[in-house]
Design a binder for this molecule. Structure first.
Ligand code: PNS
Length: 171
């Protein structure tokens, strides 16, 4: 398929850090679209635990086979998401919906994005039920307190996360 016909989708987020819930969404999106760009937001208003580079590196590690197959790439962006999506030639943005509580914020964001740029649709995908109660913030709390995170993040990332969390004092 020629590059111009490829249906590209952006999966944006903070990914601080990536969880198995995010990875589940990437895999679902890659069945529906020709190429998924996982885009880490460099949003200075949020205060992520991990630097932009660390968040990107973790995604690259976690998505090695998908990146190798050409279905997925990892990137970062700053500024408006819809402008980035247009620059990338994307037809849509993916957002994961875990529960009704996610809906209000996501709905607001999708409509505001559409108002800014009508060429970019938002597509909501639901992760596997195993991940409906999983979030990056809860994961960081569990790690901080030495809890069990098996099944929530790729094993290859666990030592990195533990090291970072042990070195970072609580805000
Ligand atoms: O993983 P998150 O933190 O829920 O992701 C939120 C994100 C990065 C998708 C959102 O904050 C965003 O799109 N930021 C880019 C700036 C922007 O376009 N803001 C207007 C959204 S209506």
């Amino acid at each position: 398929m020629s590059a111009s016909k490829r249906r590209i989708v952006i999966y944006p987020g903070s990914f601080d850090p990536v969880t198995n819930g995010h990875l589940d969404i990437v895999r679902r999106a890659s069945v529906l679209f020709d190429h998924v760009v996982v885009a880490v937001s460099d949003n200075s208003l949020k205060h992520p635990l991990f630097s932009l580079l660390e968040r990107r590196d973790m995604l690259v590690l976690a998505l090695k086979p998908e990146i190798k197959s050409g279905k997925v790439s990892v990137d970062s962006f700053s500024g408006l998401l819809v402008r980035y999506a247009v620059r990338k030639g994307a037809v849509a943005v993916i957002r994961g919906l875990r529960a009704v509580s996610d809906f209000e914020y996501e709905f607001q964001m999708a409509l505001m994005n559409r108002r800014q740029e009508c060429r970019v649709e938002t597509v909501f995908l639901m992760p596997d039920e195993r991940y409906t109660y999983l979030s990056s913030s809860l994961l960081k709390d569990i790690l901080r307190m030495g809890g069990d995170v098996d099944g929530f993040i790729p094993p290859v990332l666990i030592p990195k996360l533990r090291r970072k969390i042990s070195k970072t004092p609580l805000p």
